[in-house]
Write a protein that binds this ligand. Structure first.
Ligand SMILES: Nc1ncnc2c1ncn2[C@@H]1O[C@H](COP(=O)(O)OP(=O)(O)OP(=O)(O)O)[C@@H](O)[C@H]1O
Length: 379
């Protein structure tokens, strides 16, 4: 599917029949695999309270018990593509008169994805809905609803409204026009941010994470790309694709997930981890927000892993950074997860900062500038 101009998708570029056929084949395969997986006693779904009933397939439409998070597809209009993510495409849309972002699950061309990939995509999709639909906080992108397959979805094209193939899965969330926090930091990489703005952004993120942890959710992919800004620059946590309900036994949570530069050493090492991996990633985000820079720009993936795990490498904190903030960063990225603070403590530490006297990182190219970094490291 390609983007059209003026917020439209070109109708002639949507091959509805073949998408429908692909979906039908993929859905059946994925459901068979899921059924087999359940028979084998896989308890992956133990924490997911979505009723996915493989029995309920009729005429290729994926039917299930109506969930409280299900949208009314007739009220949703899908518009142009905003971005392409791991799942598929993210579109702008309108739901019941409200501006929304619509994440559509893309099953890929026939033969493009293996059955295992399709199954894991679908599991991730279900997982994202399972986690997200329960959340309600000003610093978490508001979940509006989802559908796991509907014949009533419509896409707005240059030629009017066109029905989407049945079985399309989508998640509908509030539309956030400010873009990703990462892009905002990149925009300000030369000028840097006022201390007041640094604290505001950091507090938003810290409050959002503290809320998630209070709900026993570990985000597992905390990074500035996954944080979106609303029109008044409030940070909202987005992308719950790999978020999980925290396991009561830490040994139940292992596996590399997240994004390298933000990943805690225990995650990089494949060791058991808990919510403290989010605290580590928050520490890296805090550094990034203060510096408007990227951690480890000159290192390759493998160099980052080795250096973080074996040499305790962390981003270099500029000398102009107030100790109150530098200490939060250092505590958050402590190698020992138990020594890292809880997110609610981080919120209190950030709230204690006095921002009335100005401050903030001094751009390197100013005469009296900050020479903490040896050279400019633009993203
Ligand atoms: N609520 C939203 N409002 C506006 N834009 C959004 C919204 N949600 C997502 N986007 C846009 O879509 C992009 C991808 O979104 P998201 O990260 O949620 O998708 P994803 O499929 O999980 O991608 P990935 O896992 O690769 O990060 C975001 O970087 C952002 O540009």
């Amino acid at each position: 599917m390609k983007e059209g101009g003026e917020g439209f998708v070109r109708a002639d570029q949507i091959d509805l029949k073949s998408i429908d056929e692909q979906l039908e084949r993929h859905m059946n395969k994925a459901l068979t695999m899921e059924r087999n997986k359940r028979k084998e006693g896989d308890d992956d779904f133990a924490t997911i309270d979505i009723a996915v009933s493989p029995r309920a397939i009729k005429n290729t439409t994926f039917r299930k018990q109506k969930q409280d998070w299900e949208i009314d597809p007739s009220k949703l209009i899908i518009k142009s593509v905003i971005a392409r993510g791991t799942f598929g495409t993210v579109h702008r849309g309108v739901y019941d008169g409200q501006d929304v972002a619509v994440k559509l699950l893309d099953w890929g061309e026939e033969g493009q994805r293996t059955e295992a990939e399709i199954s894991s995509l679908r599991t991730a999709f279900i997982q994202e809905v399972a986690v997200w639909h329960k959340l309600d906080h000003p610093n978490v992108t508001k979940f509006i609803g989802a559908t796991m397959g509907s014949s009533e979805l419509q896409v707005q094209t240059e030629n009017g409204l066109i029905s989407m193939p049945s079985n399309i899965c989508c998640v509908v969330v509030e539309y956030l026009p400010g873009g990703a926090l990462k892009s905002y930091l990149i925009k300000n990489r030369r000028r840097k941010l006022a201390f007041k703005v640094v604290i505001q952004l950091a507090l938003d993120l810290a409050r959002g994470l503290s809320y998630l942890h209070s709900q026993k959710i570990v985000h597992r992919d905390v990074k500035t790309e996954n944080m979106l800004l609303d029109k008044s620059r409030t940070v909202k946590i987005a992308d719950f694709g790999v978020a999980r309900v925290e396991a009561s036994n830490p040994n139940d949570m292992t596996g590399e997930t997240g994004t390298l530069g933000y990943m805690a050493p225990e995650v990089l090492n494949g060791k058991p981890y808990n919510r403290k991996c989010d605290v580590y990633s928050f520490g890296i985000c805090l550094w990034e927000i203060y510096c408007c820079d990227m951690p480890y720009p000159d290192l390759s993936f493998s160099e980052v892993t080795t250096a973080v795990v074996r040499q305790n490498l962390r981003p270099e904190i500029p000398r102009c950074c107030p100790s109150s903030l530098a200490n939060v960063m250092k505590r958050c990225w402590d190698v020992n997860p138990e020594k890292r603070p809880e997110m609610d403590e981080v919120v209190s530490l950030l709230e204690a900062n006095d921002t009335s006297k100005g401050g903030g990182m001094i751009p390197l190219d100013q005469q009296q500038g900050c020479f903490c970094f040896r050279k400019f490291k633009g993203p």
